[in-house]
Design a protein around this ligand. Sequence first.
Ligand code: GTP
Ligand code: MG
Length: 195
Amino acid sequence: MKITSAELTISAAKEEQFPPGMFPEVALSGRSNVGKSSFINTLLARKGLARTSQRPGKTQTLNYYWINNRFHFVDVPGYGYAKVSKKEREAWGRVLESYFQNREQLKAVVQLVDMRHKPSKEDVMMYEWLKHHEREVIVIGTKADKVAKGKWDKHAAIIRKELQMHEDDKLIMFSAETGQGKDKAWNAVTKALFN
Ligand code: GTP
Ligand code: MG
């Protein structure tokens, strides 16, 4: 897809702040540091747009990126991290749960797992929960550049098995470093957004 415009429009901390229009959106999900923001930047070919860091983020907001005046990418803070109080964590959990369950504009969830490792318990739970709520899930195996190509199939099989992936769910090996998988990821995302 040719990107003509891309900007962060709102960091939403609660439902009232979600954009009101009926434009379609895809949201990123995955543990902290897995490469969500890098994924957005790679697809948009905008290096510093979504903030990436080696230190896990503390902010609890849904970051809405408005693309080509047509759709949103929603960067979601990684799970498995919380430098906040239990109370805040629970409140945020409720915002997220409601978002993933009810948001009508949400056409698919891009779930990222680090393809070097077996998916974590949280990855499995998240995937199951999304499928239970009948969300389309596009699974991305990140950091593919760190795994020898000859081992990709083996790693992919482990991810499919651990997540108990449905056969028709996509699993795409991806690297923000090399651009591997970028076209496939775009295909899957645009299908979800506009079909
Ligand atoms: P949070 O916002 O904390 O949830 O993390 P995130 O999932 O957005 O991860 P982010 O994109 O910030 O990437 C975390 C680190 O992994 C950064 O140092 C990235 O440069 C690195 N990284 C992300 N994707 C890749 C990849 O495909 N290959 C390699 N080698 N490094 C990557
Ligand atoms: Mg991030």
